[in-house]
Ligand binder design. Structure first.
Ligand code: HXC
Length: 262
């Protein structure tokens, strides 16, 4: 099946299919996230999530733009009844349900929905030219897919308010200091580093990767006591895995663990 808006490839040092690279490919519109692009992205991510070979996913754009936002030309003529009747952008939430880690490799613009898409991913690596913003207010609207919610949880109220109320760009270094981005690289290294990170994660046991991601995400969804209970139960559950036995046995025997995703 040919993809219209995405380029898909696989890599990985141990298993060459264990890391999936999904590249947004709508260069003329700076990867503006039109509805059919998001629909395609959802289908592809769900397929990768279900593929037992895949252990980590990297999502990237171009060196100029990760994504310049939702498609303004598509949205321009929408009326309230149209957006509510078709539940416009509801499918964006599906990306947060992917169980395998998704790493955003962000160069250039990550604006509006582009910033929100990056924040829906689990880890953000940024190039030195990355620019994050929630500029919806300049269009007479507000963020609709996490820009007031995920961003506030990540960078705190003051910076989130500043970004959501002005639309001003935040550069890569500032984004790193604020905790939005975990590392910054020269532009031509961002994707390589994200792929290396994905490959490092792909050396771990798949069920444990999934449990770890789920447990970290619980920290955003619930109280500390409930989250700690969930974490402890998940920790206990790893004792049912052969890979937990292998990991600890390998340590005790001073050798590298060889995980089999079971
Ligand atoms: C549709 C877009 C677009 C967008 C850029 N383009 N961003 N088309 N939707 N979000 C198109 C331009 O119209 C232009 O096409 C081409 O991409 C190149 O853009 P230029 O503006 O000519 O490039 P440049 O001068 O380099 O400026 C880059 C830019 C600017 C600073 C990123 O394009 C910009 O401000 N874009 C809009 C950013 C934004 O407001 N994003 C938030 C969208 S609202 P043509 O055919 O004219 O040459 C949003 C809501 C999310 O995301 C809600 C939940 C999902």
């Amino acid at each position: 099946k040919t993809l219209e808006y995405l380029i898909l490839s696989r890599t990985g040092s141990t298993n060459p299919r264990s890391v999936a690279l999904v590249q947004l490919n709508r260069p003329k519109a700076l990867n503006a996230l039109c509805d059919p692009l998001m629909a395609e992205l959802n289908v592809v991510l769900k397929e990768l999530d279900a593929d037992p070979d895949v252990k980590a996913i990297v999502l990237t754009g171009s060196e100029k733009a990760f994504a310049a936002g939702a498609d303004i030309k598509e949205m321009q003529a929408f009326s309230y009844d149209q957006v509510i009747n078709r539940n416009f952008i509801a499918n964006w939430a599906d990306i947060a349900k992917i169980r395998k880690p998704v790493i955003a490799a962000v160069n250039g613009f990550a604006l509006g929905g582009g910033c929100e898409l990056a924040m829906t991913c689990d880890i953000i690596y940024a190039g030195e030219n990355a620019k994050f913003a929630q500029p919806e207010i300049k269009l007479g609207t507000i963020a609709g897919a996490g820009g007031t919610q995920r961003l506030t949880r990540v960078v705190g109220k003051s910076k989130s308010m500043e970004m959501n109320l002005t639309g001003d760009f935040v550069g890569a270094k500032e984004a790193e200091q604020a905790g939005l981005v975990s590392k910054v690289f020269p532009v031509d290294k961002t994707l390589d580093e994200a792929l290396k990170l994905a490959d490092k994660i792909a050396q771990m046991s798949l069920p444990v990767i999934i449990l770890a991601k789920e447990a970290v995400n619980k920290a955003y969804e619930t109280t500390l006591t409930t989250g700690l209970d969930f974490e402890r139960r998940s920790f206990h559950s790893t004792f049912g895995l052969a890979d937990r036995t292998e990991g600890m046995t390998a340590f005790v025997n001073k050798r590298v663990a060889k995980f089999e995703d079971k």
